[in-house]
Every structure is written in structure tokens, then in C-alpha cells.
Design a protein around this ligand. Sequence first.
Ligand code: ADP
Length: 419
Amino acid sequence: MNGPIPISTISNDAFLEIFQSMSEGLIMVDEAGNIVAANPVADQIFGYEKGALLSLKLEELLPASLRGSHINFRKGFNANPAPRRMGTGRDLLAIKKDGTEFPVEVSLSYTKYKDQLLVMAFVSDITQRKLAQDALKRSEEQLIVYAAELENKVQLRTEALNNIVQELEREVQVRKRAEEETKKALEKERELNELKSKFVSLASHEFRTPLSAVLSSASLIQQYKDKNEPDKIDKHIQRIKTSVNHLTNILNDFLSLGKLEEGKIEIKPEPVRLDQFFHEIEEELKPTLKSGQTITVHCPGEVPVVHSDSRILRNILFNLISNASKYSNEGKTIYLSCSFTPGHCAFHVRDEGIGIPDTDKKHIFERFFRATNAGNIQGTGLVLNIVKRYADLLDGTVSFESEYGKGSIFTITIPHHTS
Ligand code: ADP
């Protein structure tokens, strides 16, 4: 009949057979640590002849340095025997007959035979496993080192790449700047060339009339001198003077524009007493006005003083008053005044002249622009452009209001602080 065989019925011979054929080394010791039994695998693990282990004490299977502590351990186990694994969490070492140390794994168990405690140690040689583990650990460590090296390399390469990118960005910036500068220089060159060619055409056109007037007046003076007609001579001398003044004005405009273009004008602010300043301008301009024209000056309150570049301010007002005279008829009045608002001082030049047509107003400060009603009145279309650029230099603004056929008022506003 087949079925479970009760363990009590298994013979001692069968147990001996199991003991001998176990794949683990098995060593049995008595309480004093004498080896009383060892199976063939134990002989083989420790390198002893069959039966040679039986004449040894267990401690002789351990490296000398561990023997003392093992005796204590054994005594402890004997006092309180319980099946368990040895050396959890640390490596156990054993020693072969030829003195070679090797790692082992040991489980303990015990039995009592005729009141004698017998302790059984199940021993496995774990040299191969250890070697494999060590190799694994080494390759893991190598892997970590390799990964760290790799990371380091990647970081170095990234830094190098970043440096290259930064360098490239810098180069791009430098090139961009150089390109912009070249562009600006070319633009300036183009403007200057345009200015030069405009000047040539303007000069050939604008210079011809006054120059032929000078020539004809000079030959008439010669004739009147022969006929002894001093009044007519005076008239032609005056005509020559006017023509020469006109030519000088054109040349002055170009010189001013040239200086402005080159950025050569320096601002030198100083206190300017307006009453005195206006008086000087009035005196200087009076002889150039058309017959019957007058300048009326008005400035409010006590003598105001502004802090500005008087030379540039003078040029601005001089040009605006000259225009007011030029675009007004004989006998008309030109009004020069100033007014103050917090932080600002404004200068106004008003005339009762021909005014500016609405359609021309938006172009009035453009270089070479002349309004459609300027007709035969001499001019270059440069003055207001110069005035605007002078105002810019003073951190100021220029504006105007004008009614066609009635008159215009030009206003220059500059910063003014009363402290
Ligand atoms: P220009 O007087 O030499 O022509 P400006 O730059 O001084 O050049 O003036 C540009 C144009 O603006 C003039 O041609 C003229 O048509 C107009 N303009 C300037 N000032 C006045 C003014 N006070 N009254 C009427 N028109 C003016």
C-alpha cells in the first residue's frame, strides 16, 4: 500500500545514507567542540581525507584570529541552543587543511543524544558565489565610476559647447554692430552725397540770380559813373549788397548744416538775460528788414534769465525772425515774445505774412522743402530744418501755427528751471 511513511519508521541506516549523500557539508560537534561526525562533502570542502576531521576540534577549521571568539560563541550556543544561520550580515571565513582561507555559509542545528548536546553545522563553500558577487560589485563600481566619468565628460563637453555658443553669440553681436555701423555710415554717406548734389543744383540755380544781379549792377554803376548819376549808383550798390548778403546766407545755411551733420556743435549753457538778448537780436536784424517792417519785443514780468546756449538760441531766433520778415510784406510788424510754464521757457516769433498752406504744414521741417506759396521768394528750404536740429541740441522743441494768407507763429520751447 502506497502512502506517507511515518518518520519514526525510517531506519538509522537510511538517516546515515542521507547524512553521507547531502550536497552540503555537515559537521557534528559535541559540547566541547570535538568533531564527532562529518560527511564526505565536509571532507571535500575542508580538504581532509575521509575520517581525518574526526580527530579535530571545530575551531581548527577556522582562521587562527577567529578561534578565541568562536569558542565563546560556541559556549553561548550550547547554553541556549536554537537552529539558526550564522554570520548574518557579515562574511564567515573558514580554513582548509592546506591553510587556504575561504568564505562559508553556515546554518546551525542541534540534537540531544544520551543527554549529550550535539551541534550540527551545515557548511557551504561560497567561494564561487563570493567571487561572482565581488566581480558583480566590481563591475557595479566600475559602472558607477564609468557613469561618473561619462557625466563629467558630458559636463565638460556641455561647458565647452556653451562657451562656443557664447563665443558665437558674441561674434554675432560684434558682426551685427559692425553691420549696423556700416549701414549707418553708408546711410550718412548717402545723405551727404544727396546733400552735396542738392547743393550743386541749388547753388547753380540760386547763385545765378544774385550773381547776375551783381554783374548787371556793377556794369550799370560803371555807366552811371560816366553819366555822373550818384543816386542810381547808390541804388545799385545797395542791390549788390543785398545779393551778396543772400549768397552769404545760403553759404551760412550750408555751413550750419554741415556742422550739425558732423555733430561738431557743442552746447555751452550760460545764464542769458532775455531783455538784453532780445535787444541785441533786434538791433542786429533791424537793418535787414524790409522797408517799414518793425520788430516788437515783449517779455513778461521782471527781467527773466534762462540757462542755455546763447549762441544757438540766437541762431534760432535770428532765422525765425528773418523768415518772418521774408514771408511778410513791407510795413508789417514782427512780434518777438517769451512765456514761462513750470520747467519750460518758450520763445514766440509771430508775423502777419503769407502763412503756410495746410497741405504743406506736415513737410515744413523737412530739408529742402518749400511751401507751394513761397513762389519767387528766395530760399533754400534748409533754415527750418536747421532750427529744428538746433532746438534738439538744446533739448527743446519747435512748433508752429499758421493761417494761410494771415500769418504764422513759430514757438521754441526749452527746459527752464528757476532754482
Ligand atoms: P526757406 O525760407 O529758405 O525756403 P525754410 O526752411 O526757412 O526755408 O522754410 C521752409 C518753407 O517754410 C519756406 O520755403 C516757406 O514756404 C515756409 N515758411 C517758413 N517760414 C515761414 C513764415 N514765417 N511764413 C510763411 N511761410 C514760411
